[in-house]
Ligand binder design. Structure first.
Ligand SMILES: Nc1ncnc2c1ncn2[C@@H]1O[C@H](COP(=O)(O)OP(=O)(O)O)[C@@H](O)[C@H]1O
Ligand SMILES: [Mg+2]
Length: 251
């Protein structure tokens, strides 16, 4: 299994505050890697550093679009990183409220084409894949939270990413909606998509992740299989609490 992204010794500071401190981990090709940790742990900052929204103070992010092609993307502009194949969604959804669902998704497709017909064709394919076809002509502002989050994922997919990064795309959803997103993520993985996901809902993360990376106060405190992480004492202390631990032990 080859790595598609390697994050090495990444540090990001805001003045005195160290949001990411010497963080290193790999994202394996066609795997689901999850990033968890308490609020303020530095998860979104790490997303921002990998996708070029922030320029890290030190460290490297290396991207392997193909096995024998290595690109140092550290601090590259976000549009360039997106064009190379790494796309993210935002924790605070940015659905365009005065545009239809289809137009929102077409906005992503325009990264690779100037032709409206082509963008529409791609958007329709992705709307189908993400279960949004029926909502195609609905305006962004009329959507539920779950639909908005799904449109965010669809728009990101329309940029044709090799690596899709989802920042809390299940927050605020009910059980059924969470299950739907889990199934969509697994379907994407099956079709060859690599994913890095930030999520708080452990019941959703643990069954679908190939690997879990835990951040706390900006530092990586653990990395391993979901089972390892659920039983890791440092992680339980910093984040999971005894409740989840006991529950996962029982099952
Ligand atoms: N643009 C910024 N300017 C200053 N501080 C920031 C900025 N973005 C994040 N931080 C701080 O960095 C820390 C990590 O934040 P964040 O990455 O959003 O955490 P998480 O996504 O894990 O909740 C927090 O203390 C937050 O207040
Ligand atoms: Mg965050």
């Amino acid at each position: 299994m080859r790595n598609i992204i390697e994050i090495r010794n990444l540090t990001m500071k805001f003045g005195e505050l160290i949001a990411n401190e010497d963080v290193s981990f790999d994202i394996e090709h066609e795997h689901i890697v999850s990033l968890i940790g308490p609020n303020g742990a530095g998860k979104t900052t790490l997303f921002n550093c990998v996708t070029g929204f922030y320029k890290p103070c030190s460290g490297q992010v290396t991207y392997y679009p193909e096995e024998d092609n290595k690109i140092d993307i550290t601090g590259q502009p976000t549009h360039k990183i997106c064009k190379l194949g790494i796309t993210r969604t935002f924790q605070i959804v940015k659905t365009l409220s005065e545009m239809t669902v289809e137009q929102n998704v077409m906005a992503g497709a325009f990264l690779h084409t100037n032709r409206t017909s082509e963008a529409r064709e791609l958007a329709r394919h992705i709307l189908e894949q993400t279960g949004l076809t029926q909502k195609r002509d609905e305006l962004g502002r009329n959507l539920t939270v779950a639909e908005r989050k799904r449109v965010e994922i669809a728009r990101a997919l329309a940029t044709n990413p090799q690596v899709l990064m989802l920042d809390e795309c299940m927050a605020g959803l009910n059980q059924t909606e969470i299950k739907d997103v889990m199934n969509l993520i697994l379907k994407l993985k099956d079709s060859g998509q690599t994913l890095l996901i930030v999520e708080h809902i452990m019941e959703a993360i643990m069954p679908i992740s190939d690997k879990v990376v835990v951040l706390s106060s900006g530092k990586k405190i653990a990395e391993g299989s979901p089972q390892d992480i659920a039983n890791n004492d440092d992680v339980i202390k910093a984040y999971l609490g005894e409740k989840y631990h006991a529950k996962s032990k029982k099952s």
